[in-house]
Design a protein around this ligand. Sequence first.
Ligand SMILES: Cc1cc2nc3c(=O)[nH]c(=O)nc-3n(C[C@H](O)[C@H](O)[C@H](O)COP(=O)(O)OP(=O)(O)OC[C@H]3O[C@@H](n4cnc5c(N)ncnc54)[C@H](O)[C@@H]3O)c2cc1C
Length: 450
Amino acid sequence: MKGDGILYDALVARLREQFAALPADAPVRLGKRTSNLFRTRAASTAPRLDVSGFSGVLAVDVEARTADVLGMTTYEDLVDAVLPYGLMPLVVPQLKTITLGGAISGVGIESSSFRNGTPHESVVEMDILTGDGRVVTCSTSENPDLFYGFPNSYGTLGYALRIRIELEPVSPYVALKHVRCSSTTEAAEVMRKACLGHEAGFVDGTWFSPTEVYVTLGTWSDTAASVSDYTGMDIYYRSIQSRENDTLTVKDYLWRWDTDWFWCSRAFGAQNPRYRRWIPRRYKRSDVYWKLVAFEKKHRWKTRWDLRKGQPPREDVVQDVEVPVDRLAEFMDVFARDVGMEPVWFCPLQQRDPEAVWDLYRFDPGTLYVNIGFWGTVPMKPGQGDNAHNRLIERLVDDLGGRKSLYSTSFYEPEHFWELYNGPAYDVLKKTYDPDGRLLDLYAKTVQNR
Ligand SMILES: Cc1cc2nc3c(=O)[nH]c(=O)nc-3n(C[C@H](O)[C@H](O)[C@H](O)COP(=O)(O)OP(=O)(O)OC[C@H]3O[C@@H](n4cnc5c(N)ncnc54)[C@H](O)[C@@H]3O)c2cc1C
């Protein structure tokens, strides 16, 4: 535990001084060691707001099942702090270095999202350093405009410094059943039935091809005859294809996708047994692969090597989108035909509180959605424009009544963007909490990559 309110108050006072001292003619930016944003941001030499002190858990209230958490705390640290009490956050995004503040100001998701919604839906209250330098506490009853407008604001209204979240009890193990389906339509039906009938505590899916799709149902278990370990030679996503039942400790379940960054570690040879056996467990983590991606983005060694060998240039296609469960098969038909990348991750989600209105990222509370995640590269065909696949996906999601997360590249025209992400509500929030525009605006940040 990080300590008490005195320490927190001192951290806040120092941060406010630092904020006031930043140059007023350049946008304020977060100084953080890790990031899970995929869009490339324009280089900037402007000094950054050092928020490194805002990491850690301040308190856990076991009776009330809540935790007070500093905004830049990674889910890895948060889980480590609350699991010993037999508790976990209601939604734990799969990558260890995603922070609570990042998941709330963006839109996080995981296999409990069909019953618990997205991470911001289990926030009780937050302290936010707003663009005008104030620290504003918000909840459903105190400054509710900021509370409901914060998700999907990506740090453009302010930065969450302290967040009180709900927790839920865990059992020691999660028993898994991988249900094989021979089409996306069948998988959508299995997910719908499992989610609406609450047949499991955790539901997600993995698409390997149009005729090989798995829905994984996870249920709490107090006992286990044996448990699997996918942090060594075995690889979790491959196990889905080869076994019907499995059991993991709760911690290994929560981080099952981090070890191989879903399946993305294969691009680095980390799944080849010849190399895998030499990679220490501590390096099989999404943030290590991130560093390799960042290195390649900067130096483009592999890209240049591939081009020299006569291979076509490749387009990064890294996105998470949501469509209503009824439209999942239509999405995947086009995706398989025109993008052609595998595997693909499915994660059902539904808004937790049917009455709530989250202004900048609205869901129909009566609809079960499926988040579709795909992270990789595809070859570009001759004559194909820049980002052709990403643009196609953007249009497709629109056509199917879906929504796209803004952590990666986006191409919307301003007018359309603000229709999708509630420009009028955003304008009011921006004028209230960042009247001098010290923080970037959402369109500038997420589409123009400023
Ligand atoms: C390959 C890939 C797979 C992904 N898979 C998943 C997934 O399965 N589930 C999931 O939930 N998410 C997933 N994400 C998305 C990820 O959750 C978001 O990008 C999230 O916003 C990252 O949070 P971070 O803590 O790493 O923040 P950063 O990357 O550092 O920042 C993200 C944004 O949030 C803002 N921000 C950060 N901290 C705060 C704060 N305290 N207050 C206000 N604003 C803040 C930053 O200004 C920035 O705009 C994935 C991303 C990638 C690239």
